[in-house]
Design a protein around this ligand. Structure first.
Ligand SMILES: [Zn+2]
Length: 76
């Protein structure tokens, strides 16, 4: 009988949803602590934010954003 070859154990691939959650938490943490320093992570945060919040926006009424913006600025 041929000797059994020990294969190195390959770690289970991380769950994609968990990775996305971790990335989102990291980006939110960075963007809120760094106060939009403008680095690559800040830009990733803004892209992710725009994508995740796009369902709350009304593209047919761009004026809506300007109405909300001052309130968001005060809340920050
Ligand atoms: Zn940054």
């Amino acid at each position: 009988m041929a000797p059994q070859i020990e294969l190195p154990r390959i770690a289970e691939p991380a769950n994609e949803a968990d990775v996305m959650r971790e990335q989102l938490e990291y980006l939110i943490g960075h963007a809120t602590s760094a106060r939009q320093c403008g680095c690559a992570d800040c830009k990733r945060y803004l892209r992710a934010r725009a994508t995740l919040l796009e369902i709350f926006e009304e593209p047919t009424r761009p004026t809506k954003v300007r109405e909300i913006a001052p309130r968001l600025a005060r809340a920050a």
